[in-house]
Each structure stands twice: as C-alpha cells, then as structure tokens.
Design a protein around this ligand. Structure first.
Ligand code: ATP
Ligand code: MG
Length: 391
C-alpha cells in the first residue's frame, strides 16, 4: 500500500502575504531534514506539505522522526494513499490500512475532511460509508463519537484521498531562516545548546562561535561542542561554527586585570569578538545561554557590564528560566548527556575565587582599556577556524 506524509503548517498560516515565501522555506527545510532518509518528492498545497516516497529505499519511519523536528509544522500524519479518489477506494483502504489498530480497539469513529469540494460525497456521507465498511470487517467494534479508541481520518484533497489516524504533534515554531540570522555563543555546557534551539524555533538561522583556550582546554572539549551542535542541527539545520583561539587573551586578562573582574571582562571580550564575527556573517543578533542569577557573571549588575560591550541585539532566551526547566529541554533535544561530559571550558580556566557580583561598569571598562586587548582581538579574528556541522 502506498503511503505519504502529510505535514500541516503551523504558525506560518498567520503570516498572510508572506505565506508563499514561508512555505518555500519550510519545504526547503523539510528537504534538508530528509537528506539521508531516502528519495522523496516534496510539494505543498492547501497549508500542507506532501512528502511522497519515490522508491522503496525511502524510509518512512526515519522520515517521520526527522520531520518531527522541523520548525513551522503544527502536526504531521503518516497516511495511506487510496489507489483511487473514490468512495469505494476509501472504504476498501481504511479497514485494510488501519487493521492492526482497529483489531485492538473496542470503539472508533470516522472523521472526514473534504477540501476538494468537487468530490461527489459530503463529509457525513463519507463518514457513514467508511464507518459501515469498517464495521463490516471488524464487527466487534462499536462507534463512539465522543471518546473513541481509534479515530479514522479520511481526507479528500485535490490530488488524492488519504487515510490516517490521529496526527502527531509537530515541533511548532517558525521555519528556520524566515526570522533572519544570529550568532550563538556556544560553550560545552547545558545552557547554550538549549538557547540555540529556542531561537532556531523562532525562525532564526544559526551561526555559532566557540572560544577555545588550548592547552588549558582540550581538543576533546571542542569536539564535544561539535557533537552538541550536531544535535541542535537536527532542529536548526546546518550550522557553521567559528572557533576563536582565546588563550592569549585569557592569559593577558589573568596577568593584566584585577582578578575579581576577570570573568566580567572575559565575557565582554567574548561579546566584542562575537560581534565582529556576526557582522561578517550577516548576523543581526547574538544569542547566549545566560539565565538571571545562575552564577556570579549572570547577576543584573554583571549582565549590565557584559551587555554594554555589545552594540548589537543580544538574545538571552533562558533569562527567566530555572536550571531544571533548562535541563528538561536539554533532555528533550538530547543534548543533556553530552553537555555533562566533564571537559574544561575556557570559562573555568583561571576563574577567580571571588568574582564581583556587582561590578561597577566604570572600573570594568577602565581595567579593560588599561590592559588593551585590541591587538590580540585582531590576531584572534585572523586565526579563526571554521567547521561545518550538520546532522
Ligand atoms: P553554558 O551551560 O551554556 O555553558 P553557563 O551556565 O556555564 O552556560 P557561563 O559559563 O557564564 O554560563 O556562560 C554564559 C554564556 O556565555 C553561555 O551560555 C554561552 O552562551 C557563552 N559562553 C560561555 N563560554 C563560552 C565559550 N567557551 N564559547 C562560546 N560561548 C561561551
Ligand atoms: Mg559554561
């Protein structure tokens, strides 16, 4: 029996005039997500993206798993394609395709949707006929329209008639790429991959930057960040990552700045360097995994000092979240186990015993200016490494 995936648009339906553009991006993202799951034809009509397998190698289980992470979809169903767009064909296909579920159920109902108004039967007639055919094959069943064990959906659309059960919930959000581009500061921790995921969900195409301080941080720490971004890319699509050689800057910071301001100045340097990379990559904003009050560098005072270094919008999608709420999302997107692997991040190198929780901006800027980082920043920017990451 021929099957197809029907993907229903989510929020993009709200976008009125831009609708076409949104659907084109959504289709492209579905195509990218399905790379490696076989050959599919992807088309769209009537707020639905159709994913049709083109040969026997096309893996529909894998395809379902992959589309479940594509942003911009409210729901999706795996459906049987009726051999013909006729009521008889519907009545034959429905009991056959859903035999397993119907056998195991006690009650069922049929719901028909007829978006092709030229189809000669109205929805109530389709329900009645299909329901009758199902009862004929499975006489143990009874109809329950309020709380059935199985709902059989019949969709009569322009290009065919389809049968499926309850749709699965899609990833929601907005198609990646329709919300512009931003640069995410990614560490090996729990928070920044979650922040990246959350902004991708709002349609942002991601580029990433990671600060590495070898030999204080190991190559394995960087490799861990790549693996985290691989997980994120299952939602966001491919990500280009820049690795910034941060060692000399951190050493200078240790040698030439007051110890208790180490962290806040380091964060300012990260922002300033990131901003330059963002500008070169058409990114209109930065993204961090900061959450208010989580550590000394994330008090209002410290964030104010970090933020002042930025001339660009900085998204902090986790700002109001508890650690446990962030962890829950990291489980969901499957980054948690990787994040807790114990490799040193540059943030944990040379950390002061008593960082200022209320740094005074004036003194922070003074200390940073006195040390003078401009030359080393330029040097770091000339020695960026790029890695292309996809799932
Ligand atoms: P995370 O779990 O994301 O590491 P965190 O709770 O450890 O966050 P910090 O170490 O203060 O918090 O870092 C705050 C944010 O700064 C991170 O979420 C990330 O966006 C950015 N950041 C920290 N370290 C790095 C790094 N080595 N490279 C790039 N960005 C970093
Ligand atoms: Mg960290």
């Amino acid at each position: 029996m021929k099957e197809i995936l029907l993907l229903k648009d989510g929020e993009i339906v709200l976008k009125g005039l831009n609708r076409r553009q949104f659907e084109d991006v959504l289709k492209r993202n579905v195509k990218i997500a399905l790379k490696g799951a076989g050959k599919f034809e992807i088309t769209s009509a009537q707020s639905t993206v159709y994913v049709k397998p083109l040969d026997d190698d096309a893996d529909l289980d894998e395809a379902c798993d992959r589309v479940s992470r594509v942003f911009g979809l409210a729901s999706f169903s795996r459906a049987a394609v009726c051999p013909e767009k006729t009521l008889e064909s519907v009545c034959e296909t429905a009991p056959e395709y859903l035999a397993k579920q119907l056998k195991a159920a006690k009650t069922f109902k049929v719901e028909a949707k007829r978006s092709d108004k030229k189809f000669p039967y109205k929805s109530p007639e389709i329900c009645r006929e299909a329901g009758g055919a199902i009862l004929g094959k499975f006489p143990h069943l009874s109809v329950d329209v309020h709380n059935p064990d199985v709902t059989v959906f019949v969709e009569i659309r322009d290009f065919g008639a389809y049968i499926h059960t309850e749709a699965e919930r899609g990833a929601g959000g907005i198609p990646v790429g329709t919300g512009g581009k931003a640069l995410v500061l990614i560490s090996g921790g729990i928070d920044s991959p979650v922040a990246a995921y959350m902004m991708a969900k709002r349609g942002i195409k991601l580029t990433a930057v990671h600060f590495a301080s070898p030999p204080y941080t190991s190559p394995r720490a960087e490799e861990k960040v790549v693996r985290l971004l691989e997980k994120v890319s299952r939602y966001s699509g491919p990500v280009k990552m820049y690795t910034v050689p941060f060692t000399k800057l951190q050493e200078k910071l240790r040698d030439d700045c007051p110890e208790e301001l180490f962290t806040v100045i380091m964060r300012r340097l990260m922002i300033q360097i990131s901003e330059r990379i963002a500008a070169d990559n058409d990114c209109a904003a930065l993204i961090t995994g900061e959450s208010l009050g989580q550590v000394a560098s994330q008090t209002i005072g410290a964030l104010r000092c970090t933020d002042e270094a930025a001339n660009m919008l900085v998204f902090r999608p986790l700002i109001g979240m508890d650690k446990q709420e962030i962890i829950d999302i990291s489980y969901k997107i499957d980054t948690y186990e990787t994040s807790i692997e114990p490799y040193e991040d540059c943030c944990t190198v040379f950390t002061p015993k008593h960082p200022r929780t209320k740094p005074v901006l004036k003194y922070v800027k003074q200390a940073q200016e006195q040390a003078g980082f401009e030359e080393l920043i330029n040097e770091a920017l000339q020695n960026l490494k790029t890695t292309y990451i996809s799932y």
